[in-house]
Design a protein. Sequence first.
Length: 335
Amino acid sequence: MLLKRFSFVALAAMLGLAMFAGGCAQVEQDTLVFADAGWDSIRFHNDIAAFIIEHGYGYSTEVMAGSTPLTFTSLREGSIHIYMETWQETFQDTYNEAIESGDIVEVSVNYDDARGGFYVPTFVIEGDPDRGIEPMAPDLRRVDQLHEYWELFQDPEDSSKGRIIGSPPGWEVDIIMEGKVEGYGLDEYYNYFSPGSDTALSTAFLTAYEQGEPIVGYYWEPTWLMGLYDFTFLEEDEHDPERFAEDYTTMILARPVTVTVHKDLPDTHPDVVEFLSNYQTSTQITNDALAYMHENDVGSYEAALWFLENYEDLWTQWVPEDVADKVKQALAEER
Protein backbone atom coordinates (compact mmCIF):
# COMPACT_ATOMS: atom_id res chain seq x y z
CA MET A 1 0.00 0.00 0.00
CA LEU A 2 1.17 3.52 -0.74
CA LEU A 3 -0.09 4.92 2.53
CA LYS A 4 1.69 3.77 5.67
CA ARG A 5 -1.08 2.97 8.16
CA PHE A 6 -0.76 3.15 11.91
CA SER A 7 -3.20 3.34 14.79
CA PHE A 8 -3.42 5.88 17.59
CA VAL A 9 -2.21 3.27 20.06
CA ALA A 10 0.76 2.28 17.92
CA LEU A 11 1.73 5.90 17.43
CA ALA A 12 1.54 6.59 21.15
CA ALA A 13 3.68 3.55 21.88
CA MET A 14 6.32 4.64 19.39
CA LEU A 15 6.56 8.04 20.97
CA GLY A 16 6.41 6.81 24.55
CA LEU A 17 3.12 8.61 25.09
CA ALA A 18 -0.15 7.41 26.58
CA MET A 19 -2.69 7.92 23.82
CA PHE A 20 -1.75 11.57 23.22
CA ALA A 21 -1.85 12.41 26.94
CA GLY A 22 1.47 14.16 26.70
CA GLY A 23 0.57 16.22 23.66
CA CYS A 24 0.25 15.84 19.92
CA ALA A 25 2.48 13.52 17.96
CA GLN A 26 4.76 15.19 15.48
CA VAL A 27 5.80 13.86 12.12
CA GLU A 28 8.67 14.86 9.93
CA GLN A 29 8.09 18.03 7.93
CA ASP A 30 7.68 16.32 4.59
CA THR A 31 5.36 13.54 5.79
CA LEU A 32 1.70 14.40 5.49
CA VAL A 33 -0.79 12.48 7.62
CA PHE A 34 -4.30 11.59 6.44
CA ALA A 35 -7.26 10.74 8.66
CA ASP A 36 -8.82 7.28 8.33
CA ALA A 37 -12.07 7.47 10.28
CA GLY A 38 -13.07 3.93 9.41
CA TRP A 39 -15.02 3.79 6.14
CA ASP A 40 -14.04 2.79 2.62
CA SER A 41 -14.86 6.01 0.81
CA ILE A 42 -12.50 8.13 2.92
CA ARG A 43 -9.78 5.53 2.31
CA PHE A 44 -10.45 5.73 -1.43
CA HIS A 45 -10.06 9.51 -1.45
CA ASN A 46 -7.02 9.28 0.83
CA ASP A 47 -5.31 6.97 -1.63
CA ILE A 48 -6.06 9.20 -4.62
CA ALA A 49 -4.68 12.27 -2.89
CA ALA A 50 -1.71 10.40 -1.43
CA PHE A 51 -0.69 8.98 -4.82
CA ILE A 52 -0.75 12.47 -6.32
CA ILE A 53 1.08 14.03 -3.36
CA GLU A 54 3.79 11.37 -3.21
CA HIS A 55 4.48 11.07 -6.91
CA GLY A 56 3.58 14.58 -8.04
CA TYR A 57 4.92 16.67 -5.16
CA GLY A 58 7.51 14.42 -3.56
CA TYR A 59 6.14 14.27 -0.01
CA SER A 60 5.68 11.03 1.89
CA THR A 61 2.30 10.20 3.40
CA GLU A 62 0.90 8.25 6.29
CA VAL A 63 -2.54 7.45 7.64
CA MET A 64 -3.74 7.73 11.20
CA ALA A 65 -6.74 5.50 11.94
CA GLY A 66 -9.37 6.05 14.60
CA SER A 67 -12.94 7.11 15.28
CA THR A 68 -14.35 10.33 13.90
CA PRO A 69 -14.03 12.21 17.22
CA LEU A 70 -10.40 11.10 17.69
CA THR A 71 -9.28 11.81 14.14
CA PHE A 72 -11.01 15.17 14.03
CA THR A 73 -9.46 16.17 17.36
CA SER A 74 -6.07 15.19 15.96
CA LEU A 75 -6.72 17.30 12.87
CA ARG A 76 -7.37 20.28 15.13
CA GLU A 77 -4.23 19.59 17.15
CA GLY A 78 -1.99 19.02 14.14
CA SER A 79 -1.03 15.35 14.36
CA ILE A 80 -3.31 14.84 11.34
CA HIS A 81 -2.91 17.22 8.43
CA ILE A 82 -5.59 16.23 5.89
CA TYR A 83 -9.20 15.06 6.20
CA MET A 84 -10.50 14.05 2.76
CA GLU A 85 -14.11 13.35 3.77
CA THR A 86 -15.27 15.61 6.57
CA TRP A 87 -18.91 14.69 7.17
CA GLN A 88 -19.66 17.89 9.01
CA GLU A 89 -23.35 17.07 9.53
CA THR A 90 -22.39 14.32 11.97
CA PHE A 91 -20.71 16.81 14.32
CA GLN A 92 -21.85 20.21 13.04
CA ASP A 93 -21.29 22.21 16.23
CA THR A 94 -17.74 20.88 16.67
CA TYR A 95 -17.01 21.47 13.00
CA ASN A 96 -18.23 25.06 13.12
CA GLU A 97 -16.21 25.70 16.28
CA ALA A 98 -13.03 24.36 14.65
CA ILE A 99 -13.56 26.54 11.57
CA GLU A 100 -14.36 29.66 13.61
CA SER A 101 -11.38 29.17 15.92
CA GLY A 102 -9.07 28.76 12.95
CA ASP A 103 -7.89 25.31 14.03
CA ILE A 104 -8.80 23.87 10.64
CA VAL A 105 -9.29 25.25 7.15
CA GLU A 106 -11.97 24.08 4.74
CA VAL A 107 -10.21 24.01 1.38
CA SER A 108 -12.78 22.40 -0.92
CA VAL A 109 -16.00 20.46 -1.24
CA ASN A 110 -15.23 16.86 -2.17
CA TYR A 111 -18.88 16.30 -3.11
CA ASP A 112 -22.14 17.95 -2.15
CA ASP A 113 -24.74 15.53 -3.49
CA ALA A 114 -24.65 12.83 -0.81
CA ARG A 115 -28.08 11.95 0.53
CA GLY A 116 -30.10 9.44 2.48
CA GLY A 117 -33.77 8.54 2.60
CA PHE A 118 -36.24 6.05 1.13
CA TYR A 119 -35.17 4.07 -1.95
CA VAL A 120 -36.78 1.49 -4.22
CA PRO A 121 -35.20 -0.57 -7.01
CA THR A 122 -35.62 1.40 -10.24
CA PHE A 123 -37.28 -1.61 -11.87
CA VAL A 124 -40.23 -1.09 -9.52
CA ILE A 125 -40.94 2.14 -11.41
CA GLU A 126 -39.49 1.53 -14.87
CA GLY A 127 -39.39 -2.24 -15.16
CA ASP A 128 -36.40 -4.15 -16.49
CA PRO A 129 -36.97 -5.56 -20.01
CA ASP A 130 -33.71 -7.53 -19.91
CA ARG A 131 -35.03 -9.50 -16.93
CA GLY A 132 -38.63 -9.60 -18.08
CA ILE A 133 -39.78 -7.33 -15.24
CA GLU A 134 -42.75 -5.07 -15.95
CA PRO A 135 -43.15 -1.72 -14.15
CA MET A 136 -44.91 -2.29 -10.84
CA ALA A 137 -45.51 1.31 -9.75
CA PRO A 138 -44.85 3.50 -12.80
CA ASP A 139 -46.18 6.66 -11.13
CA LEU A 140 -44.26 6.31 -7.87
CA ARG A 141 -41.96 9.28 -7.36
CA ARG A 142 -42.41 10.53 -3.81
CA VAL A 143 -42.54 9.28 -0.23
CA ASP A 144 -46.00 10.75 0.27
CA GLN A 145 -47.31 8.42 -2.47
CA LEU A 146 -46.29 5.25 -0.65
CA HIS A 147 -49.69 4.82 1.02
CA GLU A 148 -51.06 3.99 -2.45
CA TYR A 149 -48.64 1.07 -2.87
CA TRP A 150 -48.59 -0.73 0.47
CA GLU A 151 -49.83 -3.99 -1.10
CA LEU A 152 -46.86 -3.99 -3.48
CA PHE A 153 -44.50 -3.92 -0.51
CA GLN A 154 -46.51 -6.35 1.59
CA ASP A 155 -45.04 -7.38 4.93
CA PRO A 156 -44.36 -11.15 4.72
CA GLU A 157 -45.26 -11.47 8.39
CA ASP A 158 -48.38 -9.29 8.31
CA SER A 159 -50.43 -9.36 5.11
CA SER A 160 -52.62 -6.47 6.31
CA LYS A 161 -49.77 -3.99 5.92
CA GLY A 162 -46.73 -3.22 3.84
CA ARG A 163 -43.17 -3.25 5.14
CA ILE A 164 -40.76 -0.33 5.16
CA ILE A 165 -37.19 -1.29 6.03
CA GLY A 166 -35.71 1.15 8.50
CA SER A 167 -32.23 2.24 9.44
CA PRO A 168 -30.00 -0.05 11.51
CA PRO A 169 -30.89 0.37 15.18
CA GLY A 170 -28.78 2.79 17.18
CA TRP A 171 -28.15 5.13 14.26
CA GLU A 172 -29.45 8.66 14.77
CA VAL A 173 -31.22 8.48 11.42
CA ASP A 174 -33.32 5.56 12.68
CA ILE A 175 -35.33 8.01 14.81
CA ILE A 176 -35.75 10.26 11.78
CA MET A 177 -36.90 7.51 9.42
CA GLU A 178 -39.42 6.08 11.88
CA GLY A 179 -40.60 9.65 12.46
CA LYS A 180 -41.10 10.09 8.73
CA VAL A 181 -43.29 6.98 8.58
CA GLU A 182 -45.47 8.45 11.31
CA GLY A 183 -45.32 12.00 9.96
CA TYR A 184 -46.54 10.96 6.52
CA GLY A 185 -49.24 8.77 8.06
CA LEU A 186 -47.63 5.68 6.59
CA ASP A 187 -47.80 3.81 9.89
CA GLU A 188 -51.47 3.18 9.03
CA TYR A 189 -50.35 1.24 5.97
CA TYR A 190 -46.87 -0.04 6.80
CA ASN A 191 -44.91 -1.73 9.54
CA TYR A 192 -41.53 -0.10 10.18
CA PHE A 193 -39.10 -3.01 10.21
CA SER A 194 -35.68 -2.86 11.87
CA PRO A 195 -33.03 -4.68 9.81
CA GLY A 196 -30.85 -5.31 12.87
CA SER A 197 -27.57 -4.17 11.30
CA ASP A 198 -26.16 -2.38 8.26
CA THR A 199 -25.09 -5.76 6.85
CA ALA A 200 -28.64 -7.09 7.19
CA LEU A 201 -29.96 -3.93 5.55
CA SER A 202 -27.65 -4.22 2.53
CA THR A 203 -28.43 -7.94 2.27
CA ALA A 204 -32.18 -7.24 2.21
CA PHE A 205 -31.78 -4.70 -0.61
CA LEU A 206 -29.33 -6.88 -2.52
CA THR A 207 -31.51 -9.99 -2.30
CA ALA A 208 -34.64 -8.15 -3.38
CA TYR A 209 -32.84 -6.54 -6.30
CA GLU A 210 -31.30 -9.74 -7.58
CA GLN A 211 -34.60 -11.60 -7.27
CA GLY A 212 -36.54 -8.82 -8.97
CA GLU A 213 -38.77 -8.26 -5.96
CA PRO A 214 -40.10 -4.91 -4.72
CA ILE A 215 -38.60 -3.41 -1.59
CA VAL A 216 -38.74 0.04 0.00
CA GLY A 217 -36.61 1.32 2.83
CA TYR A 218 -33.83 3.48 4.11
CA TYR A 219 -30.49 3.71 2.36
CA TRP A 220 -27.85 6.34 1.68
CA GLU A 221 -25.12 7.39 -0.72
CA PRO A 222 -22.28 6.92 -1.39
CA THR A 223 -22.25 3.14 -0.96
CA TRP A 224 -21.17 0.19 -3.06
CA LEU A 225 -24.80 -0.97 -3.35
CA MET A 226 -25.87 2.28 -5.00
CA GLY A 227 -22.92 2.06 -7.36
CA LEU A 228 -23.48 -1.55 -8.31
CA TYR A 229 -27.25 -1.52 -8.77
CA ASP A 230 -29.90 0.89 -10.00
CA PHE A 231 -32.04 2.34 -7.20
CA THR A 232 -34.33 5.36 -7.21
CA PHE A 233 -34.46 7.90 -4.39
CA LEU A 234 -38.03 8.80 -3.46
CA GLU A 235 -38.38 12.55 -3.39
CA GLU A 236 -39.68 14.77 -0.59
CA ASP A 237 -40.16 18.51 -0.26
CA GLU A 238 -36.96 20.46 0.18
CA HIS A 239 -35.65 20.55 3.72
CA ASP A 240 -37.65 22.88 5.96
CA PRO A 241 -36.23 23.18 9.49
CA GLU A 242 -39.58 23.88 11.13
CA ARG A 243 -41.48 21.08 9.42
CA PHE A 244 -38.59 18.69 9.89
CA ALA A 245 -38.47 19.44 13.61
CA GLU A 246 -42.21 18.92 13.84
CA ASP A 247 -42.74 15.66 11.93
CA TYR A 248 -39.71 15.01 9.63
CA THR A 249 -41.86 15.43 6.48
CA THR A 250 -39.19 17.15 4.39
CA MET A 251 -35.87 15.92 3.05
CA ILE A 252 -33.01 15.29 5.44
CA LEU A 253 -30.68 18.26 5.24
CA ALA A 254 -27.64 17.28 3.20
CA ARG A 255 -24.47 19.21 3.94
CA PRO A 256 -21.40 19.08 1.72
CA VAL A 257 -18.63 16.57 2.41
CA THR A 258 -15.55 18.75 2.62
CA VAL A 259 -11.78 18.47 2.42
CA THR A 260 -10.25 20.12 5.48
CA VAL A 261 -6.67 20.63 6.60
CA HIS A 262 -4.85 21.66 9.75
CA LYS A 263 -4.38 25.42 10.04
CA ASP A 264 -0.61 25.26 9.46
CA LEU A 265 -0.73 23.36 6.18
CA PRO A 266 -1.39 26.39 3.93
CA ASP A 267 1.87 27.89 5.21
CA THR A 268 4.02 24.73 5.33
CA HIS A 269 2.70 23.08 2.14
CA PRO A 270 0.97 25.69 -0.03
CA ASP A 271 1.45 23.55 -3.15
CA VAL A 272 -0.46 20.66 -1.59
CA VAL A 273 -3.21 22.95 -0.34
CA GLU A 274 -3.56 24.42 -3.82
CA PHE A 275 -4.05 20.89 -5.18
CA LEU A 276 -6.56 20.02 -2.45
CA SER A 277 -8.47 23.25 -3.07
CA ASN A 278 -9.17 21.94 -6.59
CA TYR A 279 -10.13 18.44 -5.44
CA GLN A 280 -13.76 17.74 -6.27
CA THR A 281 -15.50 14.50 -7.18
CA SER A 282 -19.14 13.40 -6.80
CA THR A 283 -21.31 10.92 -5.00
CA GLN A 284 -21.67 8.92 -8.21
CA ILE A 285 -17.91 8.63 -8.68
CA THR A 286 -17.58 7.48 -5.08
CA ASN A 287 -20.49 5.04 -5.50
CA ASP A 288 -18.77 3.59 -8.57
CA ALA A 289 -15.43 3.30 -6.78
CA LEU A 290 -17.01 1.46 -3.84
CA ALA A 291 -18.83 -0.82 -6.30
CA TYR A 292 -15.50 -1.49 -8.07
CA MET A 293 -13.96 -2.49 -4.75
CA HIS A 294 -16.89 -4.77 -3.88
CA GLU A 295 -17.25 -6.38 -7.30
CA ASN A 296 -13.51 -7.02 -7.75
CA ASP A 297 -12.72 -7.77 -4.11
CA VAL A 298 -9.96 -5.15 -3.99
CA GLY A 299 -8.98 -2.42 -1.57
CA SER A 300 -9.09 1.34 -1.71
CA TYR A 301 -5.60 1.63 -3.23
CA GLU A 302 -6.62 -0.42 -6.27
CA ALA A 303 -9.77 1.70 -6.55
CA ALA A 304 -7.63 4.84 -6.48
CA LEU A 305 -5.52 3.52 -9.35
CA TRP A 306 -8.74 2.69 -11.22
CA PHE A 307 -9.91 6.26 -10.69
CA LEU A 308 -6.62 7.80 -11.83
CA GLU A 309 -6.71 5.70 -14.99
CA ASN A 310 -10.36 6.34 -15.84
CA TYR A 311 -10.80 9.95 -14.73
CA GLU A 312 -7.63 11.51 -16.09
CA ASP A 313 -9.57 14.41 -17.60
CA LEU A 314 -10.86 15.25 -14.12
CA TRP A 315 -7.84 14.89 -11.84
CA THR A 316 -5.38 16.54 -14.23
CA GLN A 317 -7.39 19.74 -13.76
CA TRP A 318 -6.47 19.70 -10.06
CA VAL A 319 -2.70 19.99 -10.52
CA PRO A 320 -0.11 21.78 -12.68
CA GLU A 321 0.94 20.06 -15.88
CA ASP A 322 4.36 19.02 -14.60
CA VAL A 323 2.79 17.40 -11.53
CA ALA A 324 0.24 15.60 -13.71
CA ASP A 325 3.07 14.25 -15.90
CA LYS A 326 4.89 12.83 -12.87
CA VAL A 327 1.70 11.18 -11.60
CA LYS A 328 0.93 9.67 -15.00
CA GLN A 329 4.46 8.28 -15.22
CA ALA A 330 4.18 6.74 -11.76
CA LEU A 331 0.78 5.29 -12.65
CA ALA A 332 2.22 3.68 -15.78
CA GLU A 333 5.02 2.15 -13.73
CA GLU A 334 2.55 0.92 -11.14
CA ARG A 335 0.56 -0.89 -13.79
